[in-house]
Design a protein around this ligand. Structure first.
Ligand SMILES: Nc1ncnc2c1ncn2[C@@H]1O[C@H](COP(=O)(O)OP(=O)(O)OP(=O)(O)O)[C@@H](O)[C@H]1O
Ligand SMILES: [Mg+2]
Length: 234
């Protein structure tokens, strides 16, 4: 089993959408996937059709002293997800929770091939510490380029470009520069595609919503890249 944390280089890079889409892509390759939401925003679940008013999730279970495992939900024969849960503003902080122990339990259960963690950009939880690899999502813009020089990539980390707009000369130039100078880039580039934005409105992973869209085909390529390159972490 491989544990992969996906994390935004900053907010709004598309981490939650890509995590949900990738989970679907891996499930289509017959891999068994569990996706865990580490973000108090609790939005990942909406990509899997969960009613907005349902409050269950691992954090609310832990706060209530209940077993976190019971908050997992099945979306597809090969795809389960664990929502963060709704926690009121007074207990918005993440509880002290022994994730390394929980991950060891999941590994020992032998149920899953992959655990994908939707980790918020601010990372209040130690996703990087429990993951075998971290994939950091970023946009090809000047601010990200500057920040690349200010922040270290986590150990076993890789960068993944999302929302690339090829009609932008600046984005093209930044991408070329990164491709030539950043050895830690995932070679699959995810383009900005309306189908991805629509998929959240449809409450589905994009591969289910529009399987033939450009972004869905790119996500399928990414899922295959994961199989070839990150499966060794199992
Ligand atoms: N490749 C894409 N093409 C078009 N729109 C995208 C793409 N990826 C993400 N989006 C859109 O960008 C917005 C932010 O996406 P998302 O919520 O997945 O980002 P995030 O990094 O998880 O944000 P946050 O930091 O708030 O957790 C959403 O409206 C989503 O539909
Ligand atoms: Mg998010």
């Amino acid at each position: 089993m491989a544990v992969i944390a996906l994390q935004g280089f900053r907010g709004g890079t598309g981490t939650t959408s890509v995590t949900a889409a990738l989970a679907w892509g891996l499930a289509q390759l017959n891999e068994k996937v569990l996706v865990i939401d580490f973000s108090p925003e609790n939005l990942l679940r909406l990509h899997f059709g969960m009613p907005f008013t349902q409050t269950r999730g691992w954090c609310s279970a832990v706060n209530a002293g209940e077993p976190w495992q019971k908050s997992a939900m099945r979306y597809h024969a090969h795809l389960d997800f664990l929502p963060y849960g709704f926690v009121g503003t007074e207990s918005a902080g993440s509880p002290e929770f022994d994730w390394p122990k929980a991950i060891t339990q999941l590994k020992n259960s032998g149920v899953y091939d992959w655990i994908l963690i939707d980790s918020p950009a601010a990372d209040p939880l130690p996703a990087q510490a429990i993951a075998d690899s971290t994939v950091v999502l970023l946009h090809t813009d000047t601010q990200s380029h500057i920040r690349l020089h200010q922040r270290a990539l986590p150990a076993n980390g890789r960068y993944l470009v999302n929302q690339f707009v090829p009609s932008s000369q600046l984005q093209q130039d930044i991408l070329l520069l990164w491709q030539e100078t950043l050895p830690t880039m995932v070679p699959v580039i995810l383009h900005r595609d309306e189908a991805m934005a629509e998929s959240l409105a449809a409450k589905q992973p994009v591969g289910e919503w529009k399987s033939n869209s450009k972004i869905s085909r790119e996500i399928n390529t990414l899922a295959n890249w994961f199989l070839l390159n990150l499966r060794g972490a199992r």
